[in-house]
Ligand binder design. Sequence first.
Ligand code: ADP
Ligand code: MG
Ligand code: ZN
Length: 528
Amino acid sequence: MTDLTAQQDVQAGDEVGSTIESAPQAVMSWQETVAAYDPVLGLEVHVELGTATKMFCGCPTAFGAEPNSQVCPVCLGLPGSLPVVNEIGVESAIRIGLALNCTIAPWCRFARKNYFYPDMPKNFQTSQYDEPIAFDGWLDVDLDDGTVYRVLIERAHMEEDTGKSLHVGGATGRIHGAEFSLVDYNRAGIPLIEIVTKPMTGAGERAPEIARAYVTAVRDLLRALGVSDVKMEQGSLRCDANVSLRQRTKKPEAQADVAFGTRTETKNVNSLRSVERAVRYEMTRHAAILAAGGSILQETRHWHEDTGVTTSGREKSDAEDYRYFPEPDLVPIAPTVQLVERLRTTLPEPPAARRRRLQATWGFSDLEMRDVLNAGAVELIEATVAAGGTPAGARKWWSGEIARRANVEGRELADMGVTPLDVAGLDGLVQEGRLNDSMARQVLDGVLAGEGDPRAVADARGLALVSDDGALAAAVDLVLAANPQLVDKIRAGKVQAAGALIGQVMKAMTGQADAAKVRALILDRVAQ
Ligand code: ADP
Ligand code: MG
Ligand code: ZN
């Protein structure tokens, strides 16, 4: 069944009442869009907690299990079953709230969000509504140019995930055109935290970048908290992007007085890059509609990774249509001050502060640090340095050659089969002068092929720079004797001419020589 479970899953309710747009939507150019309109953004991030068991029952939460093998009467919503709240789930929610600089509610309740969910047979989701566990926070987000944008957090609340519907037999994996649908309830009841921002204004043309940077910052924070594996591709971190436009005012200070436009909510955007693309696309689509005198329909939209467009989902109901009411089967949550303060002591160093500290310790430039971050290599470099590698060497391997290979193979850096200890060893062999760059790459090949640790691979493959100075000197002398004109040129001050001679010596040594050493030897001989 793994091929089925790998298909794109669909969030509860997305397909209900959806309409199909026949023609591709018109969009305005990016330049015109940002010249004429001011965007307002609102981001909702759902994170699946990495608790061992579900939010309201004892079922396991492991990803990828045989469908419907991790279910019980509670998460199947069978009549008469009673939920019990997961303590670790609540503690994780409080820690997330604290890390987002929120106020923690001294008392709050769960609420039923009534809905027809084919993949949630209770027909309501246990969520929170007007009494979220955490509210009124903020998160500072680092942008590419080093500036910081403060995102205000509306609330972070607890809820449960839905099951997964699988639409089989159609071309798109969506319900339209499918022959039949399957439902897997393993995911139903997995704890979710929904983090909702206040409307973000003032982003202007940087709105797509800010959206991406915010989700990145939230992901890093959640990872640092250790509350989730935050894998967007597996759906443990999901983002819905709300976008609206309003007319741009001539005077920037007048912008705040203009009412917000109608928003659309693009659902389940499942990569960081897609967050940026989806926001940009929706802005240009709204702009085309508004410029033509049309109005925006408040609706959910689906993001299509392959074509880079959104299509209409369902018309979005207002909150009152969900008929929220307090959950009668669960006791209120009333965390004591002592509990909250104890949890506060477990918070990690904030990711942005940590990045700045590591960058300073490692002596990386801003550009180098950005490469490292983009490659997701911070922890690996930290571990490599702890294992005795140099920061520069660790960076070079993790965000260079290994990242390149991970990219080609579509794998995570950490799953490449090379450990920080291996990289420290590889770096050591280079530092001690035993390997040059191309030899070190061959050693990496061997490590990746499971031939052993770097030193064992270098030994087995006979990889080492020639340290026998006699053999090297002899090769240099032969090459110099064969190229008297080049030697004359160097003597006349054209030191660049040495390049051709170095090449010949390296060739004679079948690459097993240190090029810097060869160069020094050549210049030394010529000067005699
Ligand atoms: P829903 O139940 O519709 O998902 P939420 O309150 O969970 O509503 O999330 C709505 C998100 O949209 C919030 O991040 C909010 O700040 C944002 N938002 C509200 N109004 C607008 C608007 N006009 N334009 C853009 N974003 C908006
Ligand atoms: Mg929402
Ligand atoms: Zn269960």
